[in-house]
Design a binder for this molecule. Structure first.
Ligand code: UDP
Ligand code: LCN
Length: 811
């Protein structure tokens, strides 16, 4: 209760204001310096117990501020609010707690107020380093609607249509772009004969007439010579019909540009043949790597991505009528101490592809090649040299520059930025998961966390990369801009401060058209529906039967299932705290109704904590063992160690479906969640966390279910209700299974992904050419920051050089 005597209710004071002042007074008396929304609301409830009164207070202007607050700073006599009205839209307000006067403030003042809590002297330093990345973006059009976030490509096509409109001369940049297209130095699409938009337009009319009399399947070679004389080169199509169709879409664009033809035309362009994909950290390999530290979904994603991109490139090249071969190189670290993996091999062809390879480049120090794995949090000192070495090897291997560089995670994105800037190439970034939102207040508490995580390097590197990138590929909307209540991963870089180091007044803008959603898929040759009997990998059944049901414990499994006839709840993940596998075991242990209905099987980690190098994982292993004892789980629960054979894993999901079971993904937070789409591809009804990507993958109650990882009782009851419903309605399980499959095929396949990403590659290559001046100015700013700030921070990250190999003398 508020104690201040000034808050005794004078007759004249409006009832709402009176309550609000009591509330503000209690915010001040709490002693908290930063309050989150739920804390503000808890206090409000305490101060105003009557729901009607509360509703009235919250309907006021100040109440509105409170409802949309992400965080509030308590700086007596003020409370300063960061208000997020909708994803990506922020306002800041300072409220005097006694008079309730509201003053709108800017982002800089807000960040300075926040800094006073952590480092007052620095906050007051007029010359503290302030970073404003978006200051360079004024010539770039931005979206305004939250609903458009992540649809950058659509927006750019619309914008280009209006920009090229009005006058044919406006299309000259497009003509110049077409003139720049080539394969190994040979012109594609057009040559210098057609160097203006009007010449091109006339030639297209001529070509259309000549194509109209040809059989639609006439090969391009049959009319190639005539077309060359008119100024056309290969690339328009493999047949008369395809060539005519591509030419028509360009004619439409030149006549009166519209977004549909613009997008179609860009999707037809032969602009990308050679792609470099960076994923330096972890054990990156094709077998025996999953389950090793830092090696999870990112590896799965990239290997599948490469296959899909190569397939799409080959298809496009064929349809373009070009004799070309695509090349995709995945560049990762060569690790001499490879722990039974192939990570000590320099070159490895990628299985399932013809032209794609893994190229491994070692981390070098002054003492030689670094032999051991290095945690993703500690790789920074190696990246610059790695980028230089990789650039040399790529140029050599590809016999020229790549057309597109894609980075993955902080380290890969930084290396991609260094290489792309050096070679002047289109760059895309993929985060998989940005670390910043995973740890509460990780920015302001950077000094505390830096010795372990080096977040100062990570957050700056991430911000540099997202600004250097021409386009950003994300898996879901929430990754960019979160949801109504939750901050997006990229959005958390909009404005933040690292007190004592730098104040980022604009780090990124989620309304920037560089943001795109292209969700990954799951390899459908591995993860296919349980119901496709003829494709089932029955040879795995005896070993899967042993894994699930044998009554004896082994190195690979502990616990057992006494009743084979019950359906199985299945889950598979690394044993990270955030994956919450122990949470799931506990929910199950506590819920007697659920235990009667079903068994629980989890796959993840291993059983001996002393084998783990990771403190979090060790704690999880110990916790799992103690839960088994505490809830007497043996007989209903099986814990299987991490599994690395994905074909067998696919069959495991299907065998679980055979039991009419479900997959549960209980993570406290999941950036995307590949296991969710793997399970759904196998036709396994899925319950997945409402925190993060899975909430977007699944339409709750239709194609699966959302569960709240912070409310175990509710979640386990939801699962129990499902199984009870299945008992009453024999079709219910199949309905959810089929709806899950439908959802996957409509939105989450690698085919859709590859199509989108290559369209982005083409369009953003033109876009960067169109905005060269802005790009260059920003690039200079980024280079300066990299040299003056990030490099110095990296110097503080220790390098383990003791076991480095002495380099061999050159032959
Ligand atoms: N995985 C696996 N064996 C395990 C645990 C996980 O093969 O014991 C695979 C899983 O099938 C999925 C990937 O590792 O393909 C994990 O990706 P996800 O996006 O679910 O999580 P991440 O590990 O990337 O955080
Ligand atoms: C990293 C994660 O944490 C997962 O949520 C993603 O599914 C995975 O990468 C692939 O992008």
């Amino acid at each position: 209760m508020a104690s201040s005597s000034s808050l005794t209710k004078p007759e004249s004071l409006d009832q709402g204001r009176y309550h609000m002042r009591r509330c503000f007074s209690s915010y001040l008396s709490q002693g908290r310096r930063i309050m989150k929304l739920h804390q503000l609301m808890d206090e409000l409830e305490k101060e105003i117990p009557d729901p009607k009164e509360r509703e009235h207070v919250l309907a006021s202007d100040l109440g509105y501020i409170l409802c949309y607050t992400q965080e509030a700073l308590v700086i007596p006599p003020h409370v300063v609010f960061a208000v997020r009205r909708s994803p990506g839209s922020w306002e800041f307000a300072k409220v005097r707690s006694d008079s309730l006067d509201v003053e709108a403030i800017g982002v800089t003042e807000y960040l300075k107020s926040k800094e006073t809590i952590y480092d007052e002297a620095w906050a007051k330093d007029e010359n503290a380093l302030e970073l404003d990345f978006c200051a360079f973006d004024f010539p770039i059009p931005h979206m305004t609607l939250s609903s458009s976030i992540g649809k950058g490509l659509d927006f750019i096509c619309k914008h280009l249509s209006s920009k090229l409109n009005r006058n044919l001369d406006n299309s000259q940049p497009l003509v110049d772009f077409l003139l720049s297209l080539n394969y190994h130095g040979e012109n594609l699409m057009i040559n210098e004969t057609l160097d203006t938009a009007s010449k091109l337009q006339e030639a297209l009319i001529l070509a259309d007439a000549s194509l109209s009399v040809l059989d639609k399947d006439t090969p391009y070679q049959n009319f190639e010579m005539r077309f060359k004389e008119w100024g056309f080169e290969r690339g328009w199509g493999d047949t008369a019909a395809r060539t005519r169709d591509t030419m028509r879409s360009l004619s439409e664009v030149l006549q009166a540009p519209d977004p549909m033809n613009m997008e179609k035309f860009f999707s037809r362009l032969p602009a990308i043949f050679n792609v470099v994909i960076f994923s330096p950290h972890g054990y990156f390999g094709q077998s025996n790597v999953l389950g090793l530290p830092d090696t999870g979904g990112q590896v799965v994603y990239i290997l599948d991505q490469v296959k899909a991109l190569e397939e799409e490139l080959l298809l496009r090249i064929k349809l373009q009528g070009i004799n070309a071969k695509p090349q995709i190189l995945v560049i990762t670290r060569l690790i001499p101490d490879a722990r039974g993996t192939k990570c000590n091999q320099e070159m490895e062809p990628i299985i399932g592809t013809e032209y794609s390879k893994i190229l491994r480049v070692p981390f070098r120090t002054e003492k030689g090649i670094l032999r051991q794995w290095v945690s993703r949090f500690d790789v920074y000192p190696h990246l610059e040299r790695f980028a230089e070495d990789a650039t040399r090897k790529v140029l050599d291997q590809m016999e020229g520059k790549p057309d597109l560089i894609i980075g993955n995670y902080t380290d890969g994105n930084l290396v991609a930025s260094l290489m792309a800037s050096k070679l002047g190439i289109t760059q895309a970034t993929i985060a998989h998961a940005l670390e910043k939102t995973k740890y509460e207040d990780s920015d302001v508490k950077w000094k505390e966390l830096d010795p372990k995580y080096h977040f100062s390097c990570q957050f700056l590197a991430d911000t540099i990369s997202m600004n250097a990138a021409d386009f950003i590929i994300t898996s879901t909307y929430q990754e960019i801009a979160g949801s109504k209540d939750r901050l997006g991963q990229y959005e958390s870089h909009t404005a933040f401060t690292l007190p004592g180091l730098c104040r980022v007044v604009s780090g990124t803008n989620v309304f920037d058209p560089k943001f795109n959603i292209a969700s990954p898929g799951a390899d459908q040759s591995v993860y296919f529906p349980y119901s496709e009997k003829q494709r089932r990998l029955t040879s795995f059944h005896p070993v899967i039967d042993e894994l699930l049901y044998s009554q004896v414990e082994s190195d690979e499994h502990i616990g057992f299932l006494a009743d084979k006839n019950k359906p199985i709840i299945f889950s598979m993940a690394r044993l990270d705290v955030v994956k919450n596998m122990t949470g799931l075991a506990e929910w199950y242990g506590k819920n007697q109704r659920l235990r009667k209905l079903v068994n629980l099987v989890i796959v993840g980690g291993f059983f001996d904590p002393t084998k783990s190098k990771d403190r979090e994982e060790m704690a999880e292993i110990n916790k799992m063992h103690s839960l088994i004892e505490q809830y007497q789980l043996k007989g209903q629960f099986r814990w299987i160690a991490a599994q690395t054979d994905r074909n067998r894993n696919g069959e495991i999901y299907r065998c679980i479906a055979d039991t009419r079971g479900v997959f549960v993904q209980p993570a406290l937070y999941e950036a995307f969640g590949l296991t969710v789409i793997e399970a759904m591809n196998c036709g396994l009804p899925t319950f997945a966390t409402s925190q993060g990507g899975p909430a977007e993958i699944i339409v709750d109650g239709v194609s699966g279910f959302h569960i709240d990882p912070h409310n175990g009782d509710e979640s386990s009851n939801q699962i129990a209700d499902f199984f009870e419903k299945c008992k009453l309605d024999s079709e219910y399980w199949r309905t959810i299974s089929l709806a899950g499959l439908k959802r996957i095929n409509e939105c989450y396949t690698w085919k859709i992904y590859a199509h989108k990403v290559l369209n982005m590659g083409n369009t953003y290559t033109f876009w960067r050419q169109l905005n060269q001046d802005q790009k260059q100015a920003k690039q200079r700013y980024i280079q300066m920051l990299y040299s003056l700030q990030l490099r110095n921070l990296i110097k503080n990250v220790p390098v383990k050089v003791e076991d480095a190999e002495v380099p061999k003398p050159p032959p």
